[in-house]
Design a protein around this ligand. Sequence first.
Ligand code: A2P
Length: 330
Amino acid sequence: MIKIAVVGATGLVGTEMLKVLEEMHFPAHEFLFCASEKSIGKKIVFCNHTYQIISVHEAIEANCNIAIFSAGSETSKKFAPLFANKGTYVIDNSSCWRMYPDVPLVVPEINAHTINEHTKIIANPNCSTIQMVLALAPIHKNYNIKRIVVSTYQSVTGTGMKAFQQLMSERKGEACEKVYPHSIDLNCFPHGGTFLPNGYTTEEQKLVDETRKILGDPSINVNATVVRIPVIGGHSESVNIELEHDFDINQIKNILSSSQGIVVLDDPQQNIYPTPQIAHGKNEVFVGRIRRDETIKNGLNLWIVADNLRKGAATNAVQIAFYLVQKYFS
Ligand code: A2P
């Protein structure tokens, strides 16, 4: 009898999580949905049943097998250890636990093997990192990536419900609570998270640290610029990589096409390449504009797009949950 809790069930990622659990027919016998105190008792519909939002404390006491968190770092910091102490596996979508050496940081297609029964807290990587490493892992395996230069074009949905509402309110000319330092509609800014002393942002640093951890290679150089754009549906990334070994461009396309979870959309003459509208609501990572960088030896350019609420968050978390079910609960 598998019991699973979703903490942050009313948020943007939480709502997507419910859709993915339903679509993938997640084999749980009992579902518990939690949010903040203000939402307790509210109704939520899942798989044609109406559930009441319960408190996190109630879910902890319920001795769940798995709890998927998407309620921000503070909530994860406070409550994830309480679930873990009860023997519940926590899949945490926040950045709180990602860089702890003992916490697996998992993209299942790449490194599910880092999960073991002693590591009750499992971190879901940052959305921009997940889509990038999913495409880069098979290339790294075959050609050894030395350096990555990535610029992101990130959807407002990555900042949560209030950011989405800011974009929509600005579009209608309505007053609203601002979560960004600038207008986002008809604008873009190179600012994700907060600025660090080295001039990079916290979102940029995540791309550096998490990529190295997931690919298990601290020698990879990563240079990131994160840009927020007025888009919903997905994050896009312009990724330039330098490989140790020479490659054949068709071989790269074949490797990507045959990799799990990746769809190659690359026929520029027919205007075929990934866009956030194509990725919206899909679980795959889309790759296009695959071309040689002619300015360096063994250089390659990719355009990588994914729905940040899906593979960048909910889908990846649910895939980890499936892995746990297969490994420990079946
Ligand atoms: P609530 O809707 O009650 O505020 P988003 O990132 O889209 O803003 O969503 C954040 C999610 O995290 C929401 O479901 C929110 O619930 C939930 N949340 C925020 N704070 C807490 C908390 N202290 N305990 C549990 N859930 C929380």
